[in-house]
Design a protein around this ligand. Structure first.
Ligand code: MSP
Length: 497
């Protein structure tokens, strides 16, 4: 079991496998994904793999948030039918995930009428049955870019600061959700860590926000005549209304498990162990979603991990600034594991982090080409030359993962992947230094038995490094393990570019 709080103890998985359910934000499929989205998915994948390695029964959810005006606008601009447009973009998401080795178990799409809609409607019915939904005329400023109503306070010079557009004045009849009713209950759950919000700074931020008072929120919208069929989950019993974001998008975390349809996965995996999100959607996940679950009488997720944002050259990535870094381009040039390595080690998961092409290239050369890649070549060249069949004893994978890697696991439990990788890179450096110090290439000529024993020990240590790299750099991990087992120097892992 991997730690989910700093104080829990590390134990070997019991006979019945512990389940571990982690989710990621369902991204808007109105454009290609950028490095920020890839960052979330890479953190999630490292976490999922670490828990699988600890022999847990992991379920890892990905998906797309499709019932949006933004997507309809993007489709129209591209001259496509919305559903065909969505299929194309979702295919892009999946291709990107596969090129990064993202090991998700399910991809949920909110236009899926068979999988998603029955669950979202079942959730609505439960909230309705609690008396927490009421109809009201709503007038407000609506930003299409955010798919959200905004207040005057949110605007800069009358415009949305994020999209630079003037919000529309909208007046319409909506269902409202009694969010205000749940403020105290949510505060108590977060304060007591029953709903753990990591890091602490985000926990404080959200508590301050809730204590400032919560207002009821719009939960449905009138169905637009212009909306294509198959878009927007119908409100049960009210054909004129479609669900507005919350009960549609947030419900994905349970509809994917068959809630309201066939709930065997739901019974097995809910409540989620972790919702991984970026800091921009903290309020939705730490306030609205728990309130919906409380209203519906369902258990709350155990934790929410909130990561920072990626900037490029200190600025938000944008077309106008020309600082957008395309993940596909990086993967093609440097390989998936190099991208995963950079995001996991060189961006601090609790704060915003910066990436530039130059910084990426330098980290690649220093830590992968000259660091890990060079070490693998050094050790495996000696092993291939002087050992007949590789090291005599390879470490026992399971006990090694469970017992000798407490620091790595502790850091993963706190979502501090960068520290976990620092620890692994210390081992890489130590092994490198011991080759320089012990000079096995000389020793093996002077005293063959002793020299071979030293080389065998080094290959064993390299194998251990290969094992613990699995959650972070799965291909590299596999190549190292295969090389040691086959006692053969592999092709250059990280060619000099
Ligand atoms: N559809 C909603 C989420 C609903 S979840 C039930 C949404 N989609 S989004 O496409 O805008 O994605 C937002 C998420 O993308 C962030 O929470 C974060 O995971 C990721 N990121 C987007 N830009 C980012 C950065 N620049 N840096 C890091 N992550 C960022 O909001």
């Amino acid at each position: 079991m991997i730690l989910t709080s700093a104080s829990a103890a590390i134990t070997k998985a019991p006979n019945v496998k512990k389940t571990f359910y982690l989710t990621t934000p369902i991204f808007y499929p109105n454009a290609k994904l950028h490095l920020g989205h890839v960052y979330t998915m890479t953190l999630a994948d490292a976490l999922a793999r670490a828990h699988k390695l600890a022999d847990e029964n992991v379920y890892f959810l990905a998906g797309s948030d499709e019932n949006t005006q933004k997507m309809v606008d993007a489709a129209t601009k591209a001259g496509s039918e919305p559903i065909a447009f969505l299929d194309g973009i979702v295919q892009n998401f999946m291709t990107l995930y596969s090129s990064l080795n993202i090991s998700y178990d399910q991809f949920i799409r909110t236009t899926d009428t068979k999988i998603h809609w029955p669950g979202a409607q079942a959730m609505w019915n439960k909230i309705f049955a609690s008396g927490d939904l009421y109809k009201k005329e709503y007038t407000g400023l609506y930003c299409v870019g955010h798919e959200a109503f905004m207040t005057e306070k949110d605007l800069v010079d009358g415009k949305c600061p994020d999209h630079g557009t003037i919000p529309e004045h909208l007046s319409e009849e909506n269902y409202f959700f009694r969010l205000s009713k749940y403020a105290n209950a949510i505060c108590q759950k977060i304060e007591s860590d029953e709903l753990l919000v990591v890091p602490q700074s985000r926990k404080k931020e959200i508590l301050t926000f809730i204590k400032g008072g919560l207002e009821d929120i719009s939960f449905s919208r009138p169905r637009k005549a212009s909306w294509p069929k198959g878009l927007g989950v119908p409100v049960p019993g009210d054909d004129l209304q479609v669900m507005y974001v919350w009960c549609d998008a947030l419900a994905n975390y349970i509809t994917a498990l068959g809630f309201g349809r066939d709930d065997s996965l739901y019974k097995e995996f809910w409540p989620a162990d972790v919702h991984i999100i970026g800091k921009d959607i903290l309020r939705f996940h730490a306030v609205i979603w728990p309130a919906m679950l409380l209203s519906a009488g369902l258990p709350l997720p155990k934790s929410i991990f909130v990561h920072g944002f990626i900037t490029s050259g200190g600025k938000k990535m944008s077309k106008t600034l020309g600082n957008i870094i395309d993940p596909e381009e990086l993967i093609e040039k440097y390989g998936a594991d190099a991208v995963r390595y950079f995001l996991l080690r060189h961006i601090s998961p609790y704060e915003d982090g910066d990436i530039t092409r130059e910084g990426f290239h330098n980290a690649y050369t220093a830590h992968l080409t000259n660091g890990l890649g060079n070490l693998v070549a050094r050790v495996m060249k000696l092993a291939e030359m002087y050992l007949k069949e590789g090291p005599a004893h390879l470490v026992d994978r399971d006990s090694y993962i469970h017992a000798s890697n407490i620091h790595i696991n502790e850091n993963i439990g706190k979502f501090e992947f960068n520290r976990a990788l620092d620890e692994i890179w210390n081992r890489i450096q130590e092994l490198d230094e011991s080759i320089t110090k012990r000079e096995p290439f000389k020793l093996v000529k002077e005293n063959p038995e002793e020299g071979k024993a030293v080389i065998s020990d080094m290959a064993t240590q390299l194998y251990g490094i290969g094992l613990v790299l699995e959650p972070f750099m799965p291909e590299t991990s596999r190549k190292i393990q295969e090389a040691v087992r086959a006692n053969k120097k592999p092709e250059n892992l990280f060619p000099r570019l």
